[in-house]
Design a protein around this ligand. Structure first.
Ligand code: G3D
Ligand code: MG
Length: 180
């Protein structure tokens, strides 16, 4: 390495997806990491994880370790371990079903059990199902404010809409958080 070269900053972030079973977590991750959408997703059993490197620039390289949890009730006792060491979370809400506030509070509490200020990006999933949308932006923005989340973004794993953008947004939030 040349004497004038500057070491690139290297980041590795563990990011977890959370949200009810069927909200679209696995589909979002597969679209982002594998670039595809399957109509029939295999039900996640336990935990999967994916690695994705973001386009690096001259200053930094950023790798995301993306964890995918089965939303099934019988695995919920594992959630504490699942979120341990996470630097951020994507909370998915299926836009075709209005969520219960208690349900969202429960997810926030679980994911922030180790880090009370953990950045959470609220994701409105399945935005392509335009005729079936049951969740208003106002409600979601209110959730963002209430829990001081990192933001709200509507995505479609089916069309790919905003999928890269969502992960870029969370990566940027995390990289900024690392700069003092
Ligand atoms: P989960 O991992 O949160 O449990 P999945 O959710 O990713 O398994 O998705 C649950 C169902 O929603 C799947 O359909 C999947 O195809 C569908 N889905 C996920 N994302 C989108 C999206 O962006 N648009 C549309 N139209 N559908 C989506 P099935 O039929 O397998 O239950
Ligand atoms: Mg899944």
């Amino acid at each position: 390495m040349g004497i004038n070269s500057v070491e690139k900053r290297k980041y590795l972030f563990k990011i977890v997806t959370i949200g009810e079973g069927g909200s679209g977590k696995t589909s979002l991750l597969r679209r982002y990491v594998e670039g595809k959408f399957d109509e029939s997703t295999v039900l996640t059993v336990g935990v999967d994880f994916y690695i994705k490197e973001l386009d690096s620039n001259s200053e930094a390289e950023c790798t995301l370790q993306l964890w995918d949890f089965s939303g099934q009730l019988r695995f919920r006792h594992m959630l504490g371990n699942y979120v341990m060491g996470a630097r951020a979370a994507l909370l998915l809400v299926d836009l075709t079903h209005m969520p219960e506030m208690e349900e969202l509070i429960e997810w926030v509490n679980i994911v922030r059990s180790h880090d009370p200020v953990l950045p959470i990006l609220l994701v409105g999933a399945k935005a392509d199902l335009k005729d079936l949308i049951a969740v208003e932006d106002e409600f979601m923005l209110n959730v963002v404010n209430t829990f001081n989340m990192a933001g709200y973004i509507k995505t479609s794993a089916k069309t790919g809409h905003n999928v890269n953008k969502a992960f870029k947004l969370i990566a940027k939030t995390l990289m900024n958080r690392c700069k003092y």
